[in-house]
Design a protein around this ligand. Structure first.
Ligand SMILES: Cc1cc2nc3c(=O)[nH]c(=O)nc-3n(C[C@H](O)[C@H](O)[C@H](O)COP(=O)(O)OP(=O)(O)OC[C@H]3O[C@@H](n4cnc5c(N)ncnc54)[C@H](O)[C@@H]3O)c2cc1C
Ligand code: SF4
Length: 544
């Protein structure tokens, strides 16, 4: 007898949440499809540097079919990844466990005994993603340690915990190994050579991207992946508005325009899931999605600053994309970040460090600072501003704070593009810069002979940039304060889950991917085996 549905579950997006969901559902005996709008990347088709814009940037409407996307909002610029493997293709491999106090903060506080529940899921996530301590410390990492000493926080210096394969210490970097992680069920790998290229995509088979672990194993179990295919609609079937009779998924770009399934996992990232759910709620495909959609959107309160060493004898672009970190105070965390030599495009967005107040006066302060520097140190200043050799000569500091603060997102028609609605941000301005971070960069530059740098967007647009957009589909006690429950089950719909950065309920203060992975492990551990499935799961209200 033919199956009544094309698949048991459709997973929308193949990033951290999507890949974990696909594997765990397949292991439980479900027939699973993953729909991903980005493409599959291999060592052969990855760009060699960020100057290859059509392979690096993602903006298909203008012919850019890469994997790195920038979205501009009133309050923040969000950078994120679109690819088979989601953000893992362009991310910087850093996989940190946040401090446990974050489970007592924000929208998820009290929904579970998180301190009891999460350690086992973090352990699974770390094992699956091959988390280990960085063994390719490089010139920039040693220089960060030196800088930490200058302000008396040397003891906080640490090499990062990363999802990278290093092989045996005795073997040369680049040595090939049969699957080192999954007892032969995973792909062959090669050890990291410390080229610094992780954010441009690893061309050496050393980065533990999702297509080498969760997604790889899922596909081995028969999960069907539709790449370069976008989900545009999800509707309950057969007049059962709560999805009790399954769902119809409409897609673009793929071979079939319609797929039916019994359950759905939204895993399109914080921005992607919010965007899709807003549109589906507005056009009455999923009208019962909670009004809490779009609330509690957070960044890690990040700021990108740096120090450039014009003419540096050391190549600061080698090592891992994020090789080490320090804590400059209780709330402020700095990671030494880099692009590989030759990938200088981000240098176009940097300028000299400008203090002063955020807002309209800052460009004037910038002009005064630049003029003074050009008059007093003309050669050094000009060399600090030229894009050529930017990656080789620059230490980028990813500065994060774990202070509370959040935005709201809504779909809105913007005055400059009235033809369609776009996600827009509302709320209090996120501080454009972190004064503690700027002070550190200035002191560190002075002590080590460098030039402190700022992002141009902070000065001229008065908005910070974040790679860590989180929240927007918060977990809650009921449909009035959350979109899903603590097990990621959507309120109001059966067999519908959200497993990605949109469910994160607090500012983590560290990079979020490990937490997204662990939370998805938690959600999936509560899905019954296919043989025991009754297809009735729905978000559970927790009594106050
Ligand atoms: C340059 C950079 C460096 C970073 N470094 C780190 C780091 O070192 N450590 C860390 O923890 N985090 C890092 N991050 C952040 C990390 O990449 C994200 O937090 C993480 O990928 C989010 O996981 P996710 O499961 O929410 O979704 P994602 O991994 O973003 O995956 C979502 C996927 O869904 C797809 N999608 C969206 N909408 C649709 C649709 N309608 N139909 C089909 N597919 C859709 C997207 O194409 C995307 O591939 C970095 C990010 C960037 C940009
Ligand atoms: S440093 Fe180079 S080889 Fe190592 S994981 Fe990053 S891109 Fe791959």
């Amino acid at each position: 007898m033919p199956e009544p549905f094309d698949f048991d579950f459709v997973v929308i997006g193949s990033g951290f949440g999507g890949s974990v969901s696909a594997l765990r559902l397949a292991e439980k005996g479900y027939r699973v499809a993953v729909i991903e709008q980005g493409r599959r990347w291999t060592p052969e088709n990855l760009p060699k540097s960020t100057w290859n814009l059509s392979k690096w940037l993602w903006r298909p409407s203008v012919g850019l079919n890469g994997f790195f996307s920038m979205q501009f909002f009133k309050h923040v610029i969000v950078v994120h990844g679109n690819a088979v493997g989601g953000g893992s293709i362009t991310y910087a491999n850093t996989l940190l466990v946040p401090k446990y106090k974050i489970w007592h903060m924000g929208s998820w506080a009290g929904l579970e005994d998180w301190e009891q529940v999460m350690p086992a899921h973090y352990a699974t996530a770390q094992k699956m993603l091959g988390v280990t301590t960085n063994r390719r410390m490089s010139a920039a990492d040693y220089r960060l340690k030196e800088m930490a000493k200058v302000i008396g926080v040397e003891s906080s210096f640490y090499p990062t915990e990363v999802g990278v394969f290093f092989g045996n210490d005795d073997d040369a970097p680049g040595t090939s190994y049969p699957d080192p992680y999954f007892g032969g069920a995973g792909p062959d790998r090669a050890s990291c050579n410390g080229c610094g290229g992780c954010m441009v995509g690893c061309r050496y088979n050393a980065k533990n991207t999702l297509d080498k672990n969760y997604l790889y194993l899922a596909e081995q179990l028969g999960v069907k992946l539709f790449e370069q295919t976008k989900v545009i609609d999800v509707q309950p079937l057969a007049g059962k508005p709560d999805g009790a009779a399954g769902y119809e998924i409409k897609i673009t770009g793929g071979k079939s325009a319609r797929i039916t399934c019994q359950g759905v996992v939204f895993a399109a990232s914080s921005l992607g899931t919010q965007d899709l759910l807003f549109r589906l709620k507005e056009k009455q495909s999923l009208p019962a999605i909670s009004e809490a959609l779009g609330t509690f959107v957070r960044t890690n309160a990040e700021s990108l600053i740096g120090v450039r060493f014009p003419g540096s004898a050391d190549d600061l672009s080698t090592g891992l994309a994020i090789g080490s970190g320090i804590y400059i105070d209780e709330h402020t965390h700095i990671e030494a970040t880099r692009y590989p030599a030759g990938s200088d495009t981000m240098g176009l967005l940097t300028t000299v460090m400008t203090m002063g107040r955020p807002g309209w006066s800052r460009p004037f302060t910038w002009l005064a600072t630049l003029t003074k520097m050009l008059l007093t140190k003309p050669l050094t200043t000009l060399r600090a501003l030229k894009p050529h050799n930017w990656a080789r000569e620059t230490m980028i500091f990813l500065c994060m704070q774990n202070l509370e603060g959040h935005l709201t997102m809504r779909l809105k028609r913007r005055w400059f593009w009235p033809f369609s609605k776009q996600l827009s941000t509302y709320g209090k301005h996120i501080p454009t810069f972190i004064p503690e971070g700027n002070d550190f960069a200035v002191k560190a530059a002075k002590a080590t002979g460098g030039v402190a740098m700022n992002a141009l967007t902070e000065i001229f647009l008065n908005v910070p940039m974040t790679a860590h957009c989180m929240g927007g589909a918060p977990m809650g006690r009921n449909r009035s304060d959350g979109v899903c429950d603590s097990k990621s089950r959507v309120f109001g719909y059966r067999n519908m889950y959200i497993c990605d950065g949109s469910v994160l309920g607090a500012n983590l203060g560290v990079n979020p991917s490990l937490t997204i992975t662990a939370l998805t492990e938690h959600a999936m551990s509560h899905v019954p085996l296919a043989s025991e499935q009754t297809w009735t799961a729905i978000g559970q209200e927790i009594p106050h």
